[in-house]
Ligand binder design. Sequence first.
Ligand SMILES: Cc1cc2nc3c(=O)[nH]c(=O)nc-3n(C[C@H](O)[C@H](O)[C@H](O)COP(=O)(O)OP(=O)(O)OC[C@H]3O[C@@H](n4cnc5c(N)ncnc54)[C@H](O)[C@@H]3O)c2cc1C
Length: 523
Amino acid sequence: MYLHADQLPENTVLQGFDLCIVGAGAAGIAMAQCLANSSLTVILLVSGSPGDRTSPDPDRQSLYHGTTGSFLQKVDPVFLHRSRLNMYGGTTNHFGFWARPLDPVDFHPRPGFRDSAWPLAFDELKAYYVDAHHFGQFGPLNYDDMSFWEDVLYGRSFDPLPDDKMTGAIMHAQYEENLHDFQVQFRDELKNAENLTVLFNAHLLDIASDSEGRHVSELNCSTIVEGKRGKCFKVCAKAYTLACGGIENARLLQLSGDLGNNKRDQLGRGFMVHPLLTNAATVRFDQVIPTEIRNFFREQQIRLKPPADPGGQYQHMVTPLVNPELVFEYLTFNAWGVLVPTPAALREEGIGNFRVILNFGADRASAVVNLNWEQAPNEESRIRLDLDRKDPIFGQPVAHVDWRLNEADKRSARRALEITLEYLYQRGAVSHEMITDVSGGEEDWTLTPHEGALETGDHHMGALRMSAEPEEGIVDPDSRLHRVDNLYIAGSAVFPTGGYANPTLTIVALALRLADHLKRVIR
Ligand SMILES: Cc1cc2nc3c(=O)[nH]c(=O)nc-3n(C[C@H](O)[C@H](O)[C@H](O)COP(=O)(O)OP(=O)(O)OC[C@H]3O[C@@H](n4cnc5c(N)ncnc54)[C@H](O)[C@@H]3O)c2cc1C
């Protein structure tokens, strides 16, 4: 059912729900869709309206302005409001759903790079990755069968050599209209589910809990009317999930008296992105690279025909579709190859995971190297409240993001580029030009606005890390705050480590896992 908070009388208390999900981006919508028509009564608070598409209302988006630490100020001063959208569907309205699961090696500690690990094994998440893949309309979860992909892409990765530290891997993307704007894709399911109330123009201000901060009692919320604070209302439920994005989830806990902080003051700490060096180097080869190898690295549209029998194999469509009406009977998405380190090389090198995108030049004998790598969890990289700056609608302190890279991150980037160049020199590269200088100290990056500068990427991870022990993180392996018995977090803030894969497939997998868990534990 759709409901508009504007229609509620002032100071209404909405109650009687099993679960309140706050935030309707990738995480909140995935949970709501999974819980639609379940036995739980659920309310989804949406800071936006049913017709939201593409870009948010500017007043609402003004709540996403904040302040940045000195390093982030140099790299990406508009990071806070550029890289997230405050609207129905959230930041998914920005994206084309590039997707890949984390690698099994990302779940383990990596000596020399980081001690932290996920308190989950990859296998515990695998079934949910399968569901997340269906959610994203990507078909079967198959990243390992490279001969299948080489057939599909009419291409193949470079031939392996005995001492290779790199190998080919597959990325997916979903650009089909409506399929990656989750508020559009799941509109009817959410609207028609009898157990689900979708409440629009519902903005969470803070979370009220008992005197010990161990149990949430209610949420204090407000509408926004013409850029000003509107009606106040409260929501009561048995359990609550914050799904407000990687930065806002931390800020809302901080606005609620540091709710869920641990003895080591880790709330908001360990903030990570996937740093990016676009055009990091150009490499020239002694001959034209064969078409089939260039094909592997070229993004291509894929059409898969679902199996005729349950449990059968998806068929790759080898002929173009002539009838456009048939398109939606087939899975349509994009896929392409990237270069990544082997798990053995990662362990040996003790660096962050990374991926290299190769863009071959028109001469077919040169390639531009784009590097995207894993940041080490670092407690000095953090989200805080800026007590000196207030948001323009509610007058609450804005988020201050002091994103930092350290020497481990610099070493990861440097070694990643060296390993990539070694790999390409083994395959006929004869010269290279480094466009980005990564040789200096930890603060010394090429930051001038020219090709090859450092970028932040758009993925907000790690400020509410998942851990087995309460002293090591903020949420437990079920995504519940260690210190609060009925409050859960959905989204990439819980990632203890980030690998190189774009985060949303993992966000959706974790959200579906959390929804399943709540079906079992509530009632
Ligand atoms: C340009 C760009 C491209 C991207 N491309 C990709 C990609 O290809 N692949 C990929 O995996 N990831 C990509 N991302 C990242 C991706 O968008 C995020 O990982 C994803 O949207 C996070 O989902 P989320 O639900 O956690 O947060 P969001 O999608 O940000 O949703 C948060 C929701 O919470 C709501 N909210 C916030 N505060 C409140 C409040 N106080 N009360 C009520 N509601 C609130 C917001 O309105 C929003 O609806 C991209 C990001 C950007 C910026």
